[in-house]
Design a protein around this ligand. Structure first.
Ligand SMILES: [Zn+2]
Length: 116
């Protein structure tokens, strides 16, 4: 079984976070874990690469869309719980998987970080 979670390294090649490939957004989300001595959101990870759980929820906002865009001023929202290898999307997601529970996909090889 391939891993659903990949490590995320800081500039000193220390693992400071884990990342998943979000099937709702079609891109990665990065979760820094506790304890991490920098400001920002932090998660508890159960350590399982096959059946990962992150707590609390993952709430990813991007935007707003720039002036002139047809979605000017709007944000993309992806709000989910990753639990035992499943990703449960909440109703405030702006993508097609809102209110759905799906299996977390294997983390794509081509996106795995490479240490030199
Ligand atoms: Zn997402």
């Amino acid at each position: 079984m391939a891993d659903k979670v990949a490590p995320y390294y800081d500039e000193e090649k220390v693992v400071v976070a884990y990342q998943i490939f979000c099937p709702g957004c079609g891109r990665t989300h990065v979760m820094h874990f506790r304890p991490y001595g920098k400001p920002g959101a932090q998660w508890v990870f159960n350590g399982s690469l096959d059946f990962p759980t992150f707590t609390p929820s993952i709430n990813n906002r991007s935007g707003p869309y720039p002036p002139g865009d047809e979605r000017e001023g709007e944000f993309d929202v992806c709000h989910s719980f990753v639990e035992n290898g499943l990703i449960r999307f909440l109703g405030d997601c702006t993508h097609a998987l809102a209110n759905k529970v799906v299996e977390l996909p294997d983390f794509p090889d081509k996106l795995k970080p490479k240490l030199e």
